[in-house]
Design a protein around this ligand. Structure first.
Ligand SMILES: [Zn+2]
Length: 426
């Protein structure tokens, strides 16, 4: 009998060990009605505190009004939490949301409105866990409930009324509105009607070309990506734009009237060429960490310059000019005595400038060694190693280089200090 108990305890311990961490959240429901936007947390068991996974600042406290009694949003140990006011546990928490555009430090905007009433929402803004979030929490059951005539676009699917899905990791962008998506050859897009028609036209012609260039270099994507380009007015004199990328999604939002007058079409297409490169970076991007961002940011910079050179038939002119400029910027931001990690933490731009220089040099060396597709071959070799369990870091990146050339790479610093190669070819 004792053995049975011991075995049962061992099995139970194993089950607990392997069970995914439970956030205790049964469902997070975002609702849109004629009255506005709300979010409701339903829990498996009553709790006294829910911690948000992402707390770039304390703005929820001002933008989320509790509908449930006895709860509030507070700041605790560097995170925003929903907590019971009097210590009594709660099993549901609902809030009215201020669904306007707001920028968050180092995070995507939770709401990016379209000028016609549509809305792009970043779901990870709503991820939370009972008590505290840990590294093991990475899945959240989410739902959207619509009592308006809008539809929901999630993972390329058009849905009405109510839809539930299991969300994860950095979340995704979902669209709720009435504008039908446009389908290009390898891309679905929702482009705000308020954006200048010349920009719209450029996007329609160029985006499929960008997609087909990367497809040729890095292989087809597993899923058709969606692109969102939105615009909203903004109170006050602020204007600008912000964009980003999530798995299978690229987005850019312009805010403030002045932003429309200042749209730089070349820069916008350049932005999309860089972001779409990330969509094709696969495992090499998925597991990357921000201290090693020079790898994927520098590679995306290089890939988008190579695309532009090919499109404009400028042989290697654009990439050479860009690399020279980046080299000056990189050297100025990186004192030789300082480890690069410290430089990148203080000045994230160094990942782009130093990353472009280093990747361009690796690209030229690969081509000089008969690897014609250069950076693209390196990226594929690196992604394969990362998929096979190697860490996504410089060591693995340089090991992938060695695999292709047969010799060890120079250090990042040595790559930066080399004269810019004249032999880069697109
Ligand atoms: Zn990037």
């Amino acid at each position: 009998m004792r053995y049975f108990i011991a075995i049962a305890v061992a099995i139970l311990a194993l089950l607990l060990w392997f069970a995914p961490a439970d956030s205790q959240i049964r469902l997070i429901t975002l609702s849109k009605s004629d009255l506005g936007w709300t979010v409701t947390y339903q829990l498996n068991e009553p709790v006294t505190q829910l911690e948000f996974v992402r707390s770039p600042n304390e703005s929820r406290a001002a933008r989320w009004q509790p509908l449930t009694e006895n709860i509030e949003i507070a700041w605790r140990n560097g995170s925003e939490v929903i907590r019971s006011k009097n210590g009594e546990a709660f099993s549901e928490a609902a809030f009215i949301l201020d669904a306007t555009y707001t920028t968050l430090p180092k995070d995507y905007a939770p709401f990016s409105p379209f000028s016609d009433g549509g809305m792009l929402i970043h779901t990870a803004r709503f991820f939370a866990c009972a008590d505290q979030c840990g590294a093991a929490h990475h899945e959240w059951p989410m739902a959207v409930n619509l009592t308006t005539d809008d539809y929901l676009l999630v993972d390329g699917q058009l849905l009405l009324d109510f839809h539930e899905w299991l969300d994860r990791d950095s979340g995704r962008a979902i669209y709720i509105g009435s504008q039908p998506p446009e389908t290009f050859s390898a891309l679905v897009a929702i482009i705000d009607p308020a954006l200048p028609s010349s920009l719209r036209q450029d996007m329609i012609t160029e985006l499929p070309m960008i997609m087909s260039y990367y497809t040729k270099q890095l292989g087809a994507l597993s899923q058709t990506p969606t692109l969102f380009a939105s615009y909203s007015d903004f109170d006050g004199d602020y204007y600008g734009h912000q964009g980003g990328v999530l798995p299978h999604q690229v987005f850019m939002h312009w805010y403030g009237e002045q932003a429309l007058k200042n749209v730089d079409e070349q820069n916008t297409l350049w932005f999309f060429a860089h972001e779409i490169a990330h969509l094709f970076q696969g495992a090499g991007l998925k597991y990357s960490n921000s201290d090693e961002a020079w790898i994927h940011e520098g590679a995306a910079e290089l890939m988008s310059y190579l695309y532009s050179d090919t499109k404009l038939a400028r042989s290697n002119q654009l990439v050479q000019d860009a690399v020279r400029k980046a080299q000056t910027e990189c050297v100025a931001s990186w004192p030789a005595s300082e480890p690069f990690i410290n430089v990148g933490r203080v000045n994230f731009k160094a990942h782009y400038s130093c990353g472009l220089v280093a990747n361009a040099d690796l690209h030229a060396q690969l081509q000089a060694n008969g690897v014609g597709s250069g950076i693209f071959a390196l990226w594929e070799a690196y992604s394969t190693m990362v998929s096979d369990g190697e860490p996504a870091n410089s060591e693995t990146y340089f090991a992938a280089f060695e695999q292709l050339t047969g010799y060890a790479s120079m250090s990042l610093r040595q790559l930066i200090d080399r004269p810019v190669s004249a032999s880069i070819a697109p």
